[in-house]
Design a protein around this ligand. Structure first.
Ligand SMILES: [Zn+2]
Length: 234
């Protein structure tokens, strides 16, 4: 397990967890996958921002959420928290569990509360269809960090994202119109279409079909070993 910064600097010590949860700023985006700045902010984060894996009734992964949202699900009875032995706990059982050395904790009245790694939605059967976020990084991953015009694989800093049909010509930012290009090809192509520049793409760009497990791992600043059984099986 990788670790993040020091937990709970300015947590309210004398309130119950629901009050603590409610008083916390909740500006995190619904989809935790993707951007680097989000990763950085998570790495500085408090225990309530830690990622928690949400699994459905059949224990298939659904998404990552924050510990803050996981506690709300637990407290409202929508979810149960899963311990490493595979046992499910409702909120009152969970708050009685001891907090061990390796756990992240949230202070509550009379002690502290273990941050769960996995919560189980009791009534949710669906499997979320993964949507890969369209970012510079995911376009480059889809293309294997290979220039889609000349096939070279220079260092990442020498790669650009190219609009196949330039934006100035109505080209949009979509999986089908964005490709990885080396600087040389990017400059050579300029504001032209591939036809005009006599440059051919080595493959037709498409949205990638990655598994939800791959996306969860890719998008999370932390990977907890407690997630492994669920991510492997998906
Ligand atoms: Zn190139």
């Amino acid at each position: 397990m990788r670790k993040v910064g020091h937990p709970h600097r300015d947590e309210p010590g004398s309130e119950d967890v629901d009050a603590a949860v409610a008083s916390k700023r909740d500006d995190q985006r619904e989809d935790p996958l993707g951007e680097d700045e989000e990763r950085t902010s998570l790495q500085r984060s408090e225990p309530l921002d830690l990622p928690v894996l949400v699994v459905n009734r059949q224990f298939h992964p659904v998404k990552l959420t924050s510990a803050r949202r996981a506690f709300l699900l637990l407290y409202s009875g929508s979810a149960l928290a899963l311990d490493e032995a595979g046992e499910l706990h409702d909120f009152s059982a969970w708050r009685r569990l001891p907090v061990r050395e390796k756990d992240h904790r949230v202070p509550i009245v009379g002690g502290s509360l273990r941050v769960p790694r996995v919560v189980h939605l009791r009534h949710y059967d669906r499997v979320r269809r993964p949507t890969v976020p369209l970012t510079r990084k995911t376009v480059m991953l889809r293309d294997g960090h290979q220039c889609q015009y000349c096939s070279k694989q220079p260092a990442i800093r020498d790669l650009n994202i190219d609009h196949v049909i330039p934006r100035s010509r109505g080209g949009n930012s979509s999986w089908e119109n964005l490709v990885t290009a080396c600087r040389t090809c990017n400059l050579r192509k300029g504001w032209r279409t591939p036809d005009e520049a006599s440059m051919r793409l080595i493959r037709a760009p498409q949205a990638p079909r990655w598994s939800l497990a791959a996306l969860i791992v890719m998008g999370s600043p932390l990977i907890f070993e407690e997630w492994n059984p669920f991510l492997r099986a998906s």
